[in-house]
Design a binder for this molecule. Structure first.
Ligand SMILES: Cc1cc2nc3c(=O)[nH]c(=O)nc-3n(C[C@H](O)[C@H](O)[C@H](O)COP(=O)(O)OP(=O)(O)OC[C@H]3O[C@@H](n4cnc5c(N)ncnc54)[C@H](O)[C@@H]3O)c2cc1C
Length: 449
């Protein structure tokens, strides 16, 4: 039976979800707090560009959109490391032919909205969800453009309204045993720009994600289609080197020239941008339950906000949509079972990627500059090459193996990391890492654990 479905939030996940549900014949309305970004120049939200990887692409592929979105993406084949001494190094993300994709958040969101509407979805803008009342069976919105408040009813409501979800709050208020955890890391982020060079070309290698790892903080840069790069400085709020300490243009200049000397030459506006662009925080949200009977479910960041260091928040939200759709396929009209199974399957995976993402911060800002870590990556890449089914590096499991669940990737990754720590502690590993002996020891340990 076809349902009337309301989605709160026309962000990346709400828009994709609406396409999935419309393609199944449901009548879908999406209520979005902001104005229509396709008509007005509004900030598209957090981070200007994002890394789209295989999980996200698979979810797009299932509704026939992967090829179209790839057209507005730039492949990034690995990390391009900028060391403090001016040397650089390229670390491939995976095997030959494996890459992640830099895509503009705004362009992707706009395309998804267009496609949603082409599939019969109705998107209502300037509608901020304020109340979900199960007793009266109404959803209330406040019109942010000052129009009359619409109320709505629906058979099923999805809360896709992001990390600070109003739908989640309403769900929590009406649930007596709602678990909720939220924690901020002590770093925030700020976006800066590397424009095209004097010839109008990319100022650095285009097919890479650039990283300036500096132990307690880092700068990263992703390419844009207009040949610029969007840089993000992940930086402590407080402490010796921190946002709070860099409070004058002189201090910002002195710090950047000392810490990111090669980047500074490419960022003519960084001092102005530093003071004019917002400093934003990074939060992890875990909660449970995500659903209410056959009537309501949280999805995307509203269910599981994570920090961006694995580049998986959107990918995970897109995967939510794909898995939900597979459960609709399996269970037909039985929405109680669909939502129950959705929650059972996705909650452990969302928790796992949340933990993996926090851990990856240390790896990106600190370990990518460490020669021992680079050797470890080389050993793992070699093992993967020779034993592709037995040894898949954790990064590849998360990024290039959408058939491995995040929870499985976390477990396998921990096991492999423990083995690698033993290997890295072997005497003279630098000279014998390619030997059959090392290989045999690793395989034995893998069998035993
Ligand atoms: C710095 C940074 C970098 C990132 N990089 C990556 C990356 O490289 N790869 C990746 O996969 N992920 C990345 N992410 C994560 C990604 O941005 C999120 O996971 C993704 O945006 C989640 O999509 P969403 O639709 O669930 O939520 P959102 O994108 O937050 O969309 C929620 C929508 O709901 C609307 N809304 C909010 N409240 C209401 C309300 N009360 N009523 C109606 N509408 C409402 C909002 O206006 C918005 O349009 C990054 C995040 C950050 C912060």
């Amino acid at each position: 039976m076809k349902k009337e479905i309301t989605i709160v939030g026309a962000g990346l996940v709400g828009s994709l979800l609406s396409i999935y549900l419309a393609k199944r014949g449901h009548k879908v309305k999406v209520y979005e707090r902001r104005s229509d970004m396709r008509k007005e120049k509004v900030a598209a939200g957090r981070s200007i560009n994002l890394a789209l990887s295989d999980r996200g692409l698979l979810a797009l592929e299932k509704v026939g959109l992967a090829a179209e979105i790839k057209k507005i993406s730039i492949p990034m084949h690995g990390r391009f490391i900028h060391n403090l001494d001016g040397t650089t190094a390229f670390q491939p993300y995976g095997k030959e032919g494996q890459f992640i994709n830099s895509v503009s958040r705004g362009e992707l969101n706009k395309r998804l909205m267009d496609i949603a509407e082409e599939n019969g979805v109705q998107i209502l803008f300037n509608e901020k969800c304020t109340n979900l009342d199960w007793d009266k069976d109404v959803i209330e919105f406040e019109n942010t453009a000052g129009k009359q408040h619409p109320t709505s009813r629906a058979d099923i409501v999805f809360g896709a309204d992001g990390a600070f979800s109003a739908a989640r709050m309403q769900h929590q208020l009406r649930h007596d045993k709602f678990d909720y955890q939220q924690y901020y890391i002590d770093c925030g982020y700020k976006e800066l720009t590397i424009p095209p060079n004097a010839e109008g070309e990319f100022a650095m290698e285009v097919n890479a994600l650039h990283i300036w790892p500096r132990k307690d903080y880092m700068l990263i840069a992703l390419p844009n289609l207009d040949k610029s790069f969007t840089c993000t400085l992940f930086f402590p709020f407080e402490g010796e080197a921190s946002f709070s300490k860099l409070d004058t243009a002189e201090k910002v200049k002195a710090f950047f020239e000392k810490t990111f000397p090669d980047a500074v030459k490419l960022m003519p506006e960084y001092v102005n941008e530093f003071f004019n662009n917002p400093t934003s925080s990074l939060v992890t949200v875990k909660c449970f339950p995500w659903i209410r009977e056959d009537k309501f479910a949280l999805i995307g960041d509203a269910a599981h906000a994570i920090v961006p260091f694995f580049g998986q928040g959107m990918n995970c939200g897109f995967e939510d949509c794909r898995i939900l759709d597979e459960l609709i396929e399996k269970n037909g009209d039985d929405w109680k079972t669909i939502l129950q199974q959705y929650q059972t399957l996705r909650k452990p995976d969302a928790d796992a990627i949340a933990d993996l993402a926090v851990n990856n911060f240390t790896e990106m800002r600190d370990r990518t500059a460490d020669s021992k870590f680079l050797l470890q990556k080389k050993i793992e890449a070699r093992l993967h090459e020779k034993y592709p089914d037995k040894w898949i590096p954790a990064y590849s499991q998360v990024t290039f193996s959408p058939n491995i669940r995040y929870s499985e990737a976390l477990q396998r990754g921990l096991k492999q990391e423990a083995i690698m720590q033993e290997v890295m502690n072997m005497e003279g590993i630098e000279g014998k890492w390619e030997s059959e002996d090392v290989e045999r020891i690793v395989l034995e340990k893998l069998e035993r654990r």
